[in-house]
Design a protein around this ligand. Structure first.
Ligand code: ZN
Length: 55
C-alpha cells in the first residue's frame, strides 16, 4: 500500500493502520474508506479527511 499523497511506501502499524513518515499522516482503514489522521507534535492524532478506497 502506498501513500495517496506522496506515493511513498506506507509503514504498517497494524492490519488496518498505516503511516507515512514523509507526510506525518496515519491512515486507518475503516469499512470501505481510508481515514487520514495527522500526527501532531505531541504524538496525538487529529482527523484530517476521509477518502474513498484507493487501489
Ligand atoms: Zn505520504
Amino acid at each position: 500500500m502506498k501513500c495517496p499523497f506522496c506515493n511513498s511506501k506506507l509503514g504498517v502499524i497494524s492490519r488496518k493502520k498505516f503511516f507515512c513518515k514523509n507526510c506525518c499522516f496515519e491512515i486507518h482503514v475503516e469499512s470501505d474508506n481510508y481515514v487520514v489522521y495527522r500526527i501532531e507534535f505531541d504524538g496525538s492524532t487529529s482527523k484530517l479527511c476521509v477518502m474513498d478506497e484507493v487501489s
